[in-house]
Design a protein around this ligand. Structure first.
Ligand SMILES: NC(=O)c1ccc[n+]([C@@H]2O[C@H](COP(=O)([O-])OP(=O)(O)OC[C@H]3O[C@@H](n4cnc5c(N)ncnc54)[C@H](OP(=O)(O)O)[C@@H]3O)[C@@H](O)[C@H]2O)c1
Length: 350
């Protein structure tokens, strides 16, 4: 499609943006890859910062469609994104695909405010609303770090299940939505093929990554108490309340959207984890050695049985969780079921 539409991919170095750029280039689409630190190897990489409007015009020049990854952890992303969307419309952009979260509806908190703007501004718009990412267990996410450093994932989700999704499947849907001749319109709730409890996830991590990982199930009150040692009380209460929602089954459902849009089923967790295991040998141990503690020092591997409260890895993980929860807390999100998308589940942040 070179010579056809040009697509701007924001967040092009991130979980979904990076595979999306590859998929679009493979389709012969003309791509501009944007982020604050664009990959110099990427075709037509451009420096783009949501908080620097001087970067907007260069990113948008000659662009027909845009993939929108909101500024991470911003409780009010519409403040930065609305002026950009206005410029995009003026520049002739006709199609936008926004990365949202399944738990947030149009008009809801944070990205929900951006979502609300799209029908008024663009003829063709899609909001991808994925469930939680499978890559949370193998990337820099706090679950991955606690699994690597302590051999456990600590939640108050009980038996609650989540239909985790592979970011590559999200990127595949995004590619379809961006290039489809017949526009795909509206919200797409995206899930993996099966809803899993965190105990199921821990068992799969143990099996596929050949490293013992267990799910430590605590009460919401206990989780709040643990979290409050390293974050503001309100943030701890928020994170614990989300886990309570998961325990009540708010994420316990799957959709067939990935298969319907892409023509192939979404990956299951084992399929997603296997390449990580193959690439890294004994991944959890290797990465635990590389783990950098809260004061910058390398930390030794820590496995199941270590005290949660005093583990530097967990503190770091909690720091990230705190940032995530702060981003919601500051947005004055009423964290009850009514603020979320009923039974459609999803992620409040990342
Ligand atoms: N993790 C989950 O389970 C989950 C579930 C559902 C929805 N989500 C949503 O998915 C989205 C992406 O989250 P993620 O953790 O996967 O992040 P990510 O896409 O892996 O990383 C963020 C991307 O944005 C870019 N970026 C960061 N700050 C920027 C700025 N100021 N201006 C322009 N670009 C900037 C980053 O590149 P540079 O650093 O080079 O700028 C990077 O490419 C979030 O909105 C999250 O709410 C996540």
């Amino acid at each position: 499609m070179t010579g056809g539409p040009k697509i701007l991919v924001t967040g092009s170095t991130g979980n979904t943006g990076r595979p999306l750029v590859t998929k679009l280039l493979e389709r012969g689409v003309s791509v501009r890859a944007a982020s604050r630190h664009p990959n110099p190897d990427a075709a037509d990489g451009v420096r783009f910062d949501w908080y620097d409007p001087a970067t907007f015009d260069g990113a948008l020049a000659g662009v027909d469609a845009v993939y929108l990854v909101p500024p991470p952890l911003d409780p009010d992303p519409q403040v930065a994104m609305a002026p950009f969307l206005g410029k995009a419309r003026q520049a002739g952009v006709s199609r936008v695909v926004l990365l949202g979260a399944s738990i947030v509806q149009s008009g809801g908190p944070a990205v929900g405010q951006v979502q609300k703007l799209l029908p008024q501004m663009f003829d063709e718009w899609v909001v991808l609303r994925p469930s939680w990412f499978m890559q949370n267990f193998v990337s820099g996410h706090h679950h991955a770090e606690s699994a690597r450093t302590m051999g456990k994932i600590v939640t108050a989700t009980g038996q609650g299940r989540v239909a985790f999704i592979d970011v590559d499947d999200i990127a595949e849907v995004a590619a379809h939505a961006l290039v489809a001749h017949e526009p795909i319109q509206g919200d797409l709730i995206l899930t993996g093929p099966e809803a899993l409890s965190y105990a199921d996830v821990a068992a799969t991590l143990t099996e596929v990554l050949a490293q013992p990982v267990r799910h430590e199930s605590v009460t919401a009150q206990e989780l709040e108490r643990i979290l409050a040692q390293d974050m503001p009380a309100r943030a701890a209460a928020m994170l614990a309340s989300i886990d309570e929602l998961l325990a009540r089954g708010i994420e316990d459902r799957t959709t067939d959207t990935v298969a319907r849009v892409t023509g192939r089923p979404p990956r299951n967790l084992k399929e997603t984890l296997r390449p990580y295991a193959q690439r890294r040998g004994a991944p959890l141990q290797a990465e635990a050695v590389q783990f950098v503690g809260v004061h910058g020092e390398p930390q030794p591997a820590k496995l199941a049985g270590d005290a949660v409260e005093h583990d530097a890895g967990f503190e770091t993980a909690q720091g990230r969780a705190q940032a995530e929860v702060d981003s919601v807390a500051e947005g004055d999100v009423p964290m009850d079921v009514g603020a979320m998308d009923g039974h459609s589940g999803g992620s409040f942040a990342s």
